[in-house]
Write a protein that binds this ligand. Sequence first.
Ligand SMILES: Cc1cc2nc3c(=O)[nH]c(=O)nc-3n(C[C@H](O)[C@H](O)[C@H](O)COP(=O)(O)OP(=O)(O)OC[C@H]3O[C@@H](n4cnc5c(N)ncnc54)[C@H](O)[C@@H]3O)c2cc1C
Length: 219
Amino acid sequence: MPCHYGYLRPHTPPLDYEHHSVIIMGAGPTGLLLGLKFAQQRIDVLFLEAEKEIATYRRACLYMPIVLKEFEKVGLLDAVVKAGAINTEGMAFRTPLGKDNRLLGCLLQTQVPKDRDSDLNNMVVHVGQNELAKIIQGMAEKYLHFQVRLSNRFTGCQQDEPGKVRVGVSTPKGEQFMEADYVVGCDSGTSAVWRALCIPFQRFTWNDFRLIATNIRYP
Ligand SMILES: Cc1cc2nc3c(=O)[nH]c(=O)nc-3n(C[C@H](O)[C@H](O)[C@H](O)COP(=O)(O)OP(=O)(O)OC[C@H]3O[C@@H](n4cnc5c(N)ncnc54)[C@H](O)[C@@H]3O)c2cc1C
């Protein structure tokens, strides 16, 4: 009996990709702020975030006038001010209190980068970056077409002829593929999206000082 197995193909139906207008990789503050702007314009936006929680790390603790102006434009400013503390003097970096509490350097409010013609130039606002992310997410999730999927790690992308972008994602349910009109890489300085597109990320390393980020409780 001749064997025909070599000619048999399993029946594969045409692939039906989940489609979104915009897929944003990375739900850090950059992505979330952009996503909020899309949502406010009623544009469907899906976030794929690699971590199982949003922004639990401690990084930014204050926002300059130029950033505050951007918060104001999207209606975030009041919530950020309410959650944080206004500082109109500037900031100082010191050695620890238990040591000699020596002033290492300071940035007075007059030296802080300003937004031209802004009425917010006389202050900075202190809020933890993790809190800021929650505020932006809370506001954005009021829009139906805004969703964040956690534990979804971007693995690769490709653009087809008509201009759709196909995206590969590693999820708790296995590998998935989706399609979008636009894909935005907001997955930080080590961006996998940039790497997938072979775009070199221009960066440098500070060699002359070290920065340690920690949280303190100050009554
Ligand atoms: C110590 C320190 C202090 C700072 N202080 C200040 C400050 O006081 N004020 C200020 O304005 N800025 C400050 N910054 C800068 C600020 O923290 C950054 O500008 C900000 O985090 C950039 O946000 P982002 O959303 O671009 O990136 P990130 O916050 O890094 O977010 C990127 C997101 O992408 C996700 N991701 C990564 N890879 C993938 C993948 N393959 N698939 C899906 N998701 C992925 C990550 O999990 C992360 O959630 C500070 C930074 C540091 C390090």
